[in-house]
Design a protein around this ligand. Structure first.
Ligand code: ATP
Ligand code: MG
Length: 473
């Protein structure tokens, strides 16, 4: 695969263009810089160039300004100016094969059980007690053969646990009503933030991201930061879990804008698992590019894994900003031609300090690079163009409609019909009646669990923990 030319180097004496080797993109990379300095444009260029080499790319569109990737460029005066500076002409512009995901595209969904209790607890911002209870509820659903697919399955499970709290207590230890209530409240708050749409079937099958070579553009502009961060951690875990060892070959590249949101408020135990995944995912052929304003927003252990570095301008007025500039400068292999820290403050928009790995995985000396403009259109697609893109997508027949097979919600409804006294949380019911009803309910559930079989139950325990034990679907 041809090296990716990022732009023209001002610092290399022989005028060697600054290159990113496609074989080295699974050593990951980072694009940083203050707001408005050109990070997203560089990300766009990178996605285009990787895709031109036949690699599928998954790009998060955090501001909803990347849909123009699907159209041919030349619309921006700044881009034309840059093209002339670099001695390129009109033939440079082209459109890209884009698969749109998100509110105006194909629904990007997972299931509650695939997200798993760890990440769901993080999404819900549960405290330790509540997170422990959620673990227990997943176990309960697993043992009772209740499928957790969509949002109403989660709600049904929570309602069931509340209603049957006493009868379930002997088997599962104490189910604290306060914690159950808190989880319910937090889940309703998350629902108001639009989380429900992210769950259900068909869930995203990672294999569909790999073929054919597309730019998968995920419009995340309407997602709450916490939901965004957790969903992307799920995607990382899922890719790691499902892809076979790649023997060094790159299979897909993920470009994640506002990447610090993946780590915001992450408990230490979860962060340790994410660090592990970032270290190991390379062996599955996944390259990660994180885009963020300040590299110090990314945990050090993750940052250390980012082999290819592109640094746009940073301001250096306050002591904090000066510290950030020094840290950024120190992360580069020095170039005797200039003072890295001084240049970070002088970079123009669309100019960057670049140091990529050479064929042996050694960082090349940092270069000052005038970044090549993207070949696609900077302006977003019109509503009509979006519609066309969606209809033309080869994945539309599979993902455009929603499946709603019988899962926890329907299963519990059916149980209620068969044992009405049991499941009615029962205004006015005596405690004794409720308890009796509960055991009847247990028997009914026992029967149901048998009919669903253990096999299915086992599959329900998934998520990040599963990802780390290397278990495959
Ligand atoms: N390589 C480039 N060639 C030509 N113009 C560029 C280039 N990079 C950036 N620009 C110009 O600068 C503008 C801002 O760039 P961009 O949106 O990438 O900034 P950003 O760093 O992502 O900002 P934010 O942090 O606010 O998201 C672009 O809309 C474009 O006009
Ligand atoms: Mg941006």
């Amino acid at each position: 695969m041809d090296p990716i030319v990022l732009g023209k180097s001002a610092s290399a004496a022989d005028g060697t263009p600054s290159q990113l080797l496609p074989a080295m993109v699974n050593r990951h990379g980072i694009i940083c810089g203050a707001t408005g300095t050109g990070k997203t444009v560089t990300l766009r260029l990178l996605a285009e160039q990787l895709n031109r080499r036949g690699l599928p790319v998954f790009v998060t569109d955090f501001k909803g300004d990347l849909s123009g990737l699907a159209a041919s460029g030349g619309d921006s005066a700044k881009v034309r100016e840059r093209l002339a500076q670099l001695g390129l002409d009109e033939r440079y512009f082209h459109s890209n094969p884009v698969t749109p995901w998100g509110p105006d595209g194909l629904p990007l969904r997972t299931t509650i059980s695939e997200l798993g209790p760890d990440l769901l607890a993080q999404m819900l911002q549960l405290n330790d007690n509540q997170a422990g209870l959620l673990q227990l509820l997943f176990k309960l659903a697993d043992e009772q053969g209740l499928l957790l697919l969509d949002w109403k399955d989660l709600q049904a499970l929570l309602d069931f646990a509340s209603a049957e709290r006493r009868s379930l207590t002997t088997q599962y230890g104490s189910l604290s009503p306060a914690s159950l209530g808190a989880i319910k409240r937090k889940s309703l708050a998350l629902e108001r933030e639009g989380a429900a749409a992210l769950f259900g079937e068909p869930a995203l099958a990672t294999a569909d991201l790999l073929a054919p070579a597309q730019i998968h553009l995920f419009d995340a502009s309407r997602l709450q930061p916490r939901i965004y961060g957790t969903l992307l951690l799920w995607l990382l875990a899922e890719l790691y879990q499902n892809l076979p060892e790649s023997g060094g070959a790159v299979k897909i590249v993920l470009c994640i804008d506002e990447a610090h949101l993946l780590f915001d408020g992450l408990p230490k135990t979860l962060l340790e698992k994410v660090v592990q995944i970032v270290k190991l995912i390379r062996s599955r052929g996944v390259g990660l590019f994180f885009i963020t304003q300040n590299p110090m927003d990314i945990p050090g252990e993750i940052l250390a894994q980012m082999g290819n570095r592109i640094q746009h301008a940073l301001r250096a007025y306050t002591p904090g900003e000066q510290r950030a500039v020094r840290a950024a400068a120190q992360s580069f292999r020095a170039n005797p031609a200039f003072d890295t820290a001084a240049v970070i403050g002088q970079l123009a928009v669309g100019e960057a300090l670049v140091s990529c790995l050479d064929g042996d995985g050694v960082p090349q000396p940092v270069q000052r690079v005038l970044i090549q403009p993207p070949a696609s259109r900077l302006a977003p697609l019109s509503a009509e163009e979006r519609q066309q893109l969606l209809q033309a997508s080869p994945l539309a027949p599979k993902y455009a409609q929603t499946l709603d097979r019988a899962s926890a919600y329907e299963q519990l409804q059916q149980r209620r019909r068969e044992a009405p006294a049991a499941a009615d949380p029962g205004a006015g019911q005596s405690k004794r009646a409720a308890t009796q009803g509960g055991s009847e309910f247990d028997r009914a559930l026992g029967k149901m669990a048998n009919s669903f079989g253990r096999q299915l139950g086992k599959e329900l325990v998934r998520g990040l923990l599963g990802a780390l034990s290397g278990r495959r679907r």
